[in-house]
Design a protein around this ligand. Structure first.
Ligand code: ATP
Ligand code: FE
Ligand code: MG
Length: 344
């Protein structure tokens, strides 16, 4: 199976060709970060315009790079949601057009399934599996009892972890997106500021990051009022310490509650060095669980991960019609109160 995949849900236009769900034959990505940076976040109309300019160029480059023609392809996969509607529509339209023109099946992919499936480039996912999906828009535990089954068993009640990095970064005067920079600063700094953690002793798998964000904003405001300067490296270290404390505590609870065979960390924040180290240490006490962090370079948005998820979806018979539409609010289903999880 050779799948050409499209990703355009946010500010990355990306096309990849992936063989059998675990082998990247080509990956072409155009990032628009520079166009959005001066606005401190993604401007939807600007994003759509960039996607339109790039998508066919990248598709051609992906084929050339892989040394293939359209007749070599098995299927076309595309992210149809969630994301910015105008941005998603460009990828969906490009994928539909190519699939129709070359008589190829069209496979719909949920963006988070893509992030999680990037684990397949490291090791085969053994089921039942659990993923900590941490990105700019999501912070959730996704339980996968079997392949192609995704159930949310814990979620953030307010900001996503990546969003909190970006908002705290803005308060600290850093450029968007700030996650990588705060991660680097945190490694230079020391934990000197006391910052709050939320929902730590409730035994639930939900998160809340807005209190932490507000605490940093107040700290900065009060320092400004007094004319004092904050030590930004130490602030970054203190903030990251609080985020990791919450993520790791909940992960420990999740692994106790759900006896899975593999654990994946995925999404843009999975590039965080502190998080990767913390999870490595935590999983060391769970030798029965295979720990699969997605590759550092494939943690953020890219089409290779959509090719990996597309391969799974294709094998499970997922096919979209020519009426496939962008679904900006698409989400995985939540665990219902009467649903029980049993290990097979
Ligand atoms: P979603 O996947 O939920 O739709 P998204 O696609 O916008 O959201 P990603 O592109 O997966 O999000 O991830 C981007 C986020 O990851 C940004 O918030 C960014 O700050 C954060 N991030 C990137 N690298 C790091 C890092 N090293 N540490 C912490 N956060 C990071
Ligand atoms: Fe993403
Ligand atoms: Mg992104």
């Amino acid at each position: 199976r050779i799948i050409m995949a499209f990703e355009s849900s946010a500010d990355e236009t990306s096309v990849a060709i992936v063989k059998n769900g675990n082998d990247i034959l080509s990956l072409e990505t155009a990032t628009q970060i520079k166009s959005h940076q001066r606005f401190g976040g993604i401007v939807p109309e600007v994003a759509s315009r960039h996607h339109i300019e790039q998508v066919t160029i990248l598709a051609d480059a992906a084929l050339t790079d892989a040394g293939l023609t359209y007749s070599d392809l098995t299927a076309i996969a595309v992210t149809f949601g969630p994301g910015l509607v105008g941005a998603l529509l460009i990828g969906v339209t490009a994928a539909k057009t190519i699939a129709w023109a070359h008589n190829l099946p069209l496979v719909p992919v949920v963006h988070m399934a893509g992030h999680i499936s990037a684990a397949q480039f490291v090791a085969p996912i053994v089921y039942p599996a659990m993923a900590l999906m941490v990105s700019g828009g999501h912070t959730e535990f996704v339980l996968m009892p079997n392949e192609y089954e995704y159930i949310v068993v814990g979620d953030t009640r307010d900001d996503a972890a990546g969003e909190s990095y970006d908002k705290v970064g803005r308060t600290m005067g850093l450029q968007y997106p700030a996650g990588k920079l705060i991660d680097e600063m945190a490694h230079r700094g020391a934990v000197t500021y006391q910052l709050p953690r939320a929902l730590m002793n409730d035994g639930l798998l939900d998160f809340s990051f807005s209190g932490l964000k507000s605490a940093v904003i107040n700290l900065k405001h009060n320092a400004d009022q007094r004319g004092e300067a904050l030590d930004l490296d130490n602030l970054a270290a203190s903030f990251q310490d609080a985020v990791l404390d919450m993520l790791l505590t909940k992960t420990a609870t999740a692994l106790k509650r759900y006896p899975v065979k593999s654990f994946i960390v995925a999404g843009g924040v999975a590039a965080n060095h502190g998080l990767r180290e913390g999870l490595q240490a935590l999983l060391a006490s769970h030798p029965e669980i295979t720990y699969i962090p997605v590759p550092l370079k494939l943690a953020g948005d890219n089409a290779a991960m959509i090719g990996a998820a597309g391969d799974i979806a294709y094998r499970h018979g997922a096919r979209a019609g020519w009426d496939l539409n962008a679904k900006p609010g698409e989400e995985f289903a939540y665990l219902e109160p009467d649903m029980e999880f049993h290990t097979p």
